[in-house]
Ligand binder design. Structure first.
Ligand SMILES: [Zn+2]
Length: 271
């Protein structure tokens, strides 16, 4: 089994979205500078004897045309041609129709942007995430960074969905790859993935269930924008305990400091 980390560009935004109260004003510093940080946009690809597995699908390459204006204003996105998800796959000789499973951590703009291309795959997502996203889409309420154009694209594509029920907490997808259905937190329903690699050891891909190390060390700090703060704490603690119990290394969803230390798909892979 080979595990590839796909670099799909980066966003810049206010740190308080990631840590609630980051750079808060104090009596002695009533107008502090906000901290503007860079975060990586990433997806993961697994070469497995049972078929290719893709975890998350990056941003819509047509984002300038398709995204609501508040998103690039809140968090500008930067991407080069070679960083686009389908190009990252092509660099490895993989076409969208080759992918057997697509696992989606959640349906936000930077995780489900190219989903409609994977028509041959079984697309796995939390049932809670799927149901609440479609409800928000139809009613026009509560969409946040679930983007209507992404949703329209994946509805039109008539994908082969596999919805993880709330009672399916741990699911073995294929030997060595386990999905963790975390429930609500950062979004309506989050999915993480543990991958058992022969030489590297176990990796725990957590996406936005834990943005970066500062969200959990030295203690759990909730983000400034999230759907369910108690769910975020519960799932972050669950993932920390799970990583400890299994000896897995956590790959955070948007940790630039960690990301810079990792081998990306254009450099190599983990096995
Ligand atoms: Zn998200």
């Amino acid at each position: 089994m080979k595990f590839y980390i796909l670099d799909n560009g980066w966003e810049t935004l206010d740190k308080s979205f990631f840590i609630a109260g980051a750079n808060s004003a104090t009596a002695s510093n009533r107008n502090p500078e906000t901290e503007w940080i860079n975060i990586p946009i990433q997806a993961y690809l697994i070469e497995h004897e049972d078929g290719w597995i893709l975890f998350d699908t990056g941003c819509d390459p047509d984002w300038e045309r398709n995204w609501p204006a508040f998103i690039p204003e809140q968090s500008p996105y930067y991407v080069t041609e070679e960083q686009l998800l389908l190009n990252r796959l092509a660099q490895l000789g993989v076409a969208p129709e080759d992918i057997r499973y697509v696992v989606i951590s959640h349906l936000h703009v930077d995780h489900a942007g190219n989903l409609h291309h994977f028509k041959n795959a079984q697309v796995i997502v939390s049932e809670e995430e799927f149901t609440a996203t479609l409800k928000a889409f139809v009613t026009g309420r509560g969409l946040d960074v679930h983007v209507p154009s992404d949703i329209r694209h994946f509805i039109d594509a008539q994908l082969n969905w596999r919805l993880l029920r709330p009672d399916e907490r741990e699911v073995e997808l294929v030997p060595g790859v386990t999905l963790l259905n975390l429930g609500s937190g950062h979004s309506f329903g989050m999915v993480a993935m543990k991958v058992e690699l022969e030489h590297t050891g176990p990796l725990l891909v957590v996406a936005d269930a834990i943005y970066f190390e500062e969200n959990v060390k030295p203690e759990i700090q909730v983000p400034g924008i999230l759907y369910d703060s108690l769910g975020f704490r519960r799932s972050a603690q669950y993932l920390l305990d799970y990583a400890k119990r299994t000896g897995a290394k956590i790959l955070y969803g948007h940790d630039m400091a960690q990301f810079e230390t990792l081998i990306k798909s254009h450099q190599g892979y983990y096995d």
